[in-house]
Design a protein around this ligand. Structure first.
Ligand SMILES: [Zn+2]
Ligand SMILES: [Zn+2]
Length: 431
């Protein structure tokens, strides 16, 4: 059968050494002359239906952080099917696959994907939509897991590298139970599965498919939640408003004061976000009662430990100071969920070069900072490495009921992982 006939048969088409793929024919080269990323890209395209089916299976069965029992079992079984050594239960529901290269080498590289879903009611209307009401893959971790599985298959079939690849399937990126990166690190991830460098990838809505975006240094934000309780005796709003602290006035000053922290306490060339998420106090049926407690909760974002400390200190001073000014009391608490994500310069150069080697890819190696958070930051504080966004096209935003990972991005993600292994452990790599 000629290659054109095989190509027409879609998923039965498997490029083999010595045969000529469509893309290579265009360039007049055989498979043997293709680069590793080109081969991986062609294979991932040939596996597209299989990989998309895996993605849809995971999507239909979302699981919240640290409860990814079915997902991690699927990951482990799929890896074993492809001949990859598997360790389960790393950081509770995490899985690590280990592939040793055909050639000797001491260097090892970690590739990380996340597996958890979110507590949302899905509204995509897709045939593979969540079968669990109230949970959905609204952040695309189903796609991240699938892309790393595709890379595992390509690397296991052709382990032409020197050293070891650790495939890290992480639970609970969204932060449940203290977060999955922390859980894996506490389970001695890097002692048990040594990594000289570690890399992570996330999809990005609005970034065209085939585009990659990375950045040196501070890339993603420290994210935290804060909570203020204003306390007073309460009172009659009509008869005795002058006899009790008005917590509503304190709350109003505090809300306006939040933005003076960003505008006047954070250095002008630094970035910070303080937002109010909810305010609760009193009762809608009690229009003439001045509440004895008002609770305000919100989020904070920044890119440095210094700014994080400033935000926390000034919010506390503002809440306590304003309450005291009005004869009330305040309690303040802040919880920082993820630390700012810093990529390392040398590994970001390697990552950008690997991305540029992916066919049809467009690479932005100086992408803007993101005020989203990512607990992969913890792994990057333990080992050198970097992080990259892969374009999800014109999709709904992350964490919305309409979001869905774009299957067209799968071959790009697979090819990037394989390309990265080639750069790190290949003939021309650092291994
Ligand atoms: Zn998310
Ligand atoms: Zn995510």
């Amino acid at each position: 059968m000629g290659s054109r006939a095989r190509l027409r048969q879609g998923r039965d088409f498997r490029p083999r050494p010595g045969t000529t793929s469509f893309a290579a024919k265009v360039k007049g080269r055989t498979m043997d002359q293709q680069s590793k990323p080109e081969k991986a890209f062609a294979r991932a395209r040939a596996w597209q239906d299989d990989l998309a089916a895996i993605r849809h299976d995971i999507h239909a069965h979302p699981e919240l952080g640290l409860e990814e029992v079915r997902t991690s079992a699927l990951v482990a079984a799929t890896l074993r099917e492809w001949g990859v050594a598997v360790t389960e239960g790393v950081g509770r529901t995490g899985v690590v696959g280990t592939i040793k290269g055909r050639r000797p080498g001491r260097r090892s590289v970690g590739l990380r994907a996340d597996m958890d879903a979110l507590a949302l009611v899905e509204a995509t209307g897709k045939p593979y939509a969540s079968a669990t009401c109230g949970q959905m893959h609204a952040c695309g971790h189903d796609g991240h897991t699938t892309m790393l599985l595709g890379a595992a298959r390509a690397l296991a079939e052709d382990p032409d590298f020197a050293g070891t690849v650790q495939l890290i399937f992480q639970p609970a990126e969204e932060g449940r139970g203290g977060g999955g990166a922390a859980a894996m690190l506490n389970d001695r991830l890097f002692e048990r599965f040594p990594c000289d460098a570690v890399y992570g990838m996330h999809n990005k809505p609005g970034l065209p498919v085939g585009h990659f975006a990375t950045r040196k240094g501070a890339f993603m934000a420290t994210t935290g939640r804060w909570e203020v309780h204003l306390l007073g005796p309460g009172g009659h709003g009509g008869a005795n408003p002058h006899n009790t602290p008005d917590l509503s006035v304190v709350a109003a000053h505090f809300i306006l004061g939040l933005q003076t922290i960003v505008g006047r306490n954070v250095p002008p060339l630094e970035t910070a976000v303080l937002s109010l998420g909810a305010i609760a106090g009193g009762d809608a049926a009690s229009f003439n009662v001045m509440p004895s407690e008002i609770t305000l909760v919100g989020t904070g974002r920044c890119f440095s430990d210094d700014v994080q400390n400033t935000l926390e200190r000034r919010m506390r001073e503002l809440a306590e100071g304003l309450a005291a000014l009005h004869g009330a009391r305040a309690t303040f608490a802040a919880t920082w969920d993820t630390l700012a994500l810093y990529t390392h310069d040398a590994e970001t150069d390697v990552l950008a070069a690997a991305a540029r080697a992916v066919p049809e890819a467009t690479v932005d190696a100086n992408a803007p900072q993101q005020t989203g958070g990512e607990d992969f930051s913890l792994m990057l504080r333990a080992r050198p490495g970097s992080f990259v966004f892969v374009g999800n096209g014109a999709s709904a935003q992350l964490h919305t009921p309409e979001f869905d990972f774009n299957d067209e991005a799968i071959p790009y993600g697979v090819a990037l992982w394989v390309s990265l292994v080639e750069k790190e452990l290949g003939r021309t790599g650092r291994g």
